[in-house]
Write a protein that binds this ligand. Structure first.
Ligand SMILES: [Zn+2]
Length: 264
């Protein structure tokens, strides 16, 4: 059976990180073990990658990491981060979607719950962005690589958080945050592509509505079957991408509808 002393304690290189959870930056209360104590025999027998570290952690990270069998610090950090993001997904969504100024018009109970979500979401975002710290373990120093700071671009404007970028883009391009967030994910996590895709969808929708309305009106006026008008107009438009719906209808009238005697 494993004992504590098989592990090297992870000690922050700088004193300002003493008693800090390596995974999320909260106050450390316990230790996480890489590999987990109950799998030590497995890691010794298989020599699967493991660092035998005893890691200062907060209560919550220790609890979340109980489900993690990984033996390395990096794997455990990724696991803890994903578990935190999942646990607080609702608050993170609220934090992305709302700003404090928008709360004014809400009734008390809704405002209260969104305020709580905003606070929790802000706190979770901060924990998720905690990069760990340089440390020593068993007499060896380790530098934690700072991950490059996040930058979100929206047509030339830069933001250092997704939330700010979403708020800006939603207001500037008049797209609801929900739809924009979804499109962002569907378009390679890129705001510009997301905005273009949504504008294209809107334009297509408007065009199709126009097409439907104008074809129906034409069919009624000239006593034609709507489906015939629609099909012909679509054909003209596909043959000539510069053509407008009105021009296509005119062409239909000139070539197929106008009494034969008056055709040129
Ligand atoms: Zn933690």
């Amino acid at each position: 059976m494993a004992i504590d002393t098989d592990y090297n304690l992870l000690v922050p290189s700088r004193s300002n990180y003493f008693n800090t959870c390596f995974y999320c930056g909260c106050i450390a209360a316990r230790h996480d073990y890489a590999p987990p104590l109950q799998y030590v025999e497995f890691y010794l027998a298989t020599r699967e990658p493991s660092e035998f570290l005893k890691i200062p952690s907060c209560n919550e990270c220790v609890e979340l990491l109980k489900a993690c069998k990984a033996g390395t610090l990096d794997e455990r950090r990724l696991f803890a981060r994903a578990a935190l993001a999942k646990k607080y997904a609702k608050a993170l969504t609220i934090y992305d979607m709302w700003t404090t100024e928008e709360l004014a018009g809400l009734d008390f109970s809704l405002r209260h719950s969104i305020e709580a979500g905003l606070k929790l979401g802000a706190e979770t975002t901060q924990r998720l962005s905690f990069a760990g710290f340089d440390y020593e373990a068993g007499g060896i120093s380790q530098q934690v690589h700072d991950t490059a700071p996040l930058v979100f671009e929206v047509f030339g404007e830069s933001f250092d958080s997704f939330r700010e970028a979403l708020d800006f883009a939603s207001k500037a391009y008049r797209i609801p945050k929900n739809a924009l967030k979804e499109a962002f994910a569907d378009n390679d996590n890129n705001f510009e592509r997301a905005i273009n895709a949504i504008h294209k969808q809107v334009a297509e929708k408007e065009f199709n509505q126009q097409l439907k309305q104008q074809c129906a009106a034409f069919a009624k006026q000239h006593k034609q079957a709507v489906i015939f008008v629609h099909k012909q107009v679509e054909r003209y438009l596909s043959e000539n991408t510069e053509m407008t719906i009105a021009e296509a209808l005119q062409q239909l009238y000139d070539t197929r509808v106008k009494p034969a005697a008056t055709r040129h």
